[in-house]
Design a protein around this ligand. Sequence first.
Ligand code: GLU
Length: 292
Amino acid sequence: MPTGASGYVGRFAPTPSGPLHFGSLLTALASWLDARAAGGRWLLRIDDIDTPRVDPEAEEAIVRSLDAHHLHWDGAIVRQSDHEERYRAALARLQPLCFACRCSRRVLGGARIYPGTCRHLGLAMGESTSIRIRVNDGRIEFDDRVQGHHAEQLAVESGDFVVWRRDDMVAYPLAVIVDDEAMGITHILRGTDLLPNTPRQLYIADALGVRRPSYAHLPVIVEAGGIKLSKHTGATAPDNRFARHNLTSALNLLGFEPPPGDVPELLAWAIANWNIYKVPATNAFASFIALS
Ligand code: GLU
């Protein structure tokens, strides 16, 4: 097991709402390769706080798939459901920037940018309120290792955003940045579907005064019609019996042409030849390769 002497710590953080579909396998593979090629550690975190979406059998299925594809993680599995105290402590630190908001989704009528309705009302935080963080007019900028430079003004893109939900649950951007910090994550590789959320996470990181991780957003796989392959679209899990074939297909999409070999040979080749700058800088791979 690598000691992580390189200082690199990566992670794979699936939401257990279904088995690992091919797009998640590709993300897991790329992030594992990036960590192993750097001589780093690779951790597995199960993002299981969104309880209505959690499928009790999914974690086991995900773990089985990772094992079958020889994508072994370091240390014990980490679960977001164990971290509520940590999230509340971070919320307390953000308190000076936050306010309670009683606007329901229906009241906001699907507005993309929060209009600031409750910003100055001084409502008490409690039942039936969410908690939003005030954004400023500054730009959030970062260099994505695959997608390039990214700059966004939150005031224009989202407005004050939710860090704690009305159902008294931490919101994703707060949970993820708090956990990445607590786990010492230095490098994140994940799908471009999460790119729009990254400036919010960085805003929180800056507000908490924690170090920003480095990001790489990988193309997601879309089905015909441009819909992201996901558990919601009923994407089927790759067959674990065809691990070599699945990994080869994923490597091909990532821009690599591995020679034939068994799974350990394939992965050893991929570590030796890994170069993140070969990964296509697009939002999505246009079509799904049928796996047999
Ligand atoms: N749990 C998130 C998902 O499965 C990913 C979180 C992340 O990689 O930051 O979409």
